[in-house]
Design a protein around this ligand. Structure first.
Ligand code: UFG
Length: 330
């Protein structure tokens, strides 16, 4: 068998694909597992091992672990739409929780016991604190958030009982695109703030801000926007950390954010500055489930992983706009 590899589930998704590119840039050997076909712009999928597998198909999953010598799994594959999760809980529990359990079961069977898990700030729910650290209680308010919280618990149990080693990385608001425009945000439907503002510019329509009466200085919600390239670098640091471990049973939860919050109105202003285009804004009712403020304390990531986010808001919006122009305005 050849050199051991990093298996990336959901490696064609928004954050997964950026992480695959960063892993390749850093010299890792990668196997992408995804239930979708590569999009036409995802050239990298053709130069690495790619396995089109649904985590719910345990036979196909087992075939992948038989075929490759895998050292660490980075597990992104999941449904991510908060709104949809409230309408179709069964779809989310099955894909996100059962899919994770299938993956862990096969990993255990093939003695692959290191995993970096893609979790979310949605596990905190309405936290109410200025900076959220990892000791804040979990209180997810959506089915999506609960699927991630439950998956964290299952992984923690595999660490305690089966000697796995794992990180659960809780992302705040992932945004931006690959600086070389090799991948970026391409959801359907798109609900995230920055691409929605870019859509409004490109289509010359009004951008709707959900609520202007929140308990924040300008009344719009505050979030912690973190570039996907910074998320990718944290995954690489976490992967290396697990590879270097000599003991088993290690489990840590780590927030990934910048520690700085921006309001929706501030993001609109920044998009106007970066693109040079005016955004037509309309204030509409609050969107159910939005909290006033979600900003990370990233001290633990700095301490354990020696991670420092490199991109600022300007770079986030600039890369998102370059990417948007490449794939949507071609
Ligand atoms: N917003 C608008 N108009 C839009 C889209 C968004 O005003 O058209 C506002 C939202 O109300 C919110 C902010 O922009 O206040 C950010 O919204 P996003 O939908 O971009 O992101 P969320 O904060 O709702 O959620 C994201 C991920 C979650 C993750 C969370 C962590 O989608 O999975 O960040 O902070 F849990």
């Amino acid at each position: 068998m050849s050199k051991s590899k990093i298996l990336v589930t959901g490696g064609l998704g928004y954050i997964g694909s950026q992480t695959v590119l960063s892993l390749l840039d850093s010299g890792f050997e990668v196997v992408i597992l995804d239930k979708n076909q590569p999009k036409e712009y995802q050239n990298f999928a053709y130069i690495v091992d790619f396995e089109r597998v649904d985590l719910l198909n345990i036979g196909d999953l087992e075939r992948v672990f038989k075929k490759y010598k895998i050292e660490v799994v980075i597990h992104f594959a999941a449904f991510i739409e908060v709104g949809e999760s409230q309408l179709k809980p069964e779809k989310y529990y099955k894909n996100n929780v059962v899919g994770t359990l299938n993956l862990l079961t096969i990993m255990h069977r093939y003695k692959v016991n290191k995993i970096v898990f893609s979790s979310t700030a949605a596990v905190y729910g309405f936290s109410g604190v200025e900076l959220i650290d990892e000791n804040q209680p979990r209180n997810p308010i959506s089915v999506y958030g609960r699927t991630k919280s439950i998956s964290e618990d299952i992984i923690n149990d595999f660490c305690k009982i089966h000697g796995f080693s794992a990180f659960s990385l809780r992302y705040f608001n992932a945004c931006g695109a690959d600086p070389q425009t090799r991948t970026g945000e391409d959801h359907n439907p798109e609900t995230h703030l920055i691409p929605c503002i870019l859509n409004a510019i490109a289509n010359n329509v009004t951008f709707k801000i959900f609520g202007n009466n929140y308990n924040t200085p300008d009344g719009t919600c505050i979030r912690d926007y973190i570039h996907t390239t910074d998320l990718a670098s944290a995954h690489i640091l976490a992967t290396k950390y697990l590879m270097d471990l000599t003991t088993s049973g290690f489990y840590e939860v780590v927030n990934l954010g910048t520690g700085q919050g921006f309001s929706v109105s501030q993001i609109v202003q920044s998009v106007e500055q970066v693109t040079g285009c005016k955004v037509l804004v309309e204030f509409v009712d609050r969107r159910p489930g939005d909290s006033d403020r979600l900003v990370a304390s990233n001290q633990k990531a700095k301490k354990i992983l020696n991670w420092e986010p490199q991109s600022n808001l300007y770079q986030i919006i600039k890369t998102a706009w370059e990417w948007y122009q490449k794939i949507k305005l071609k």
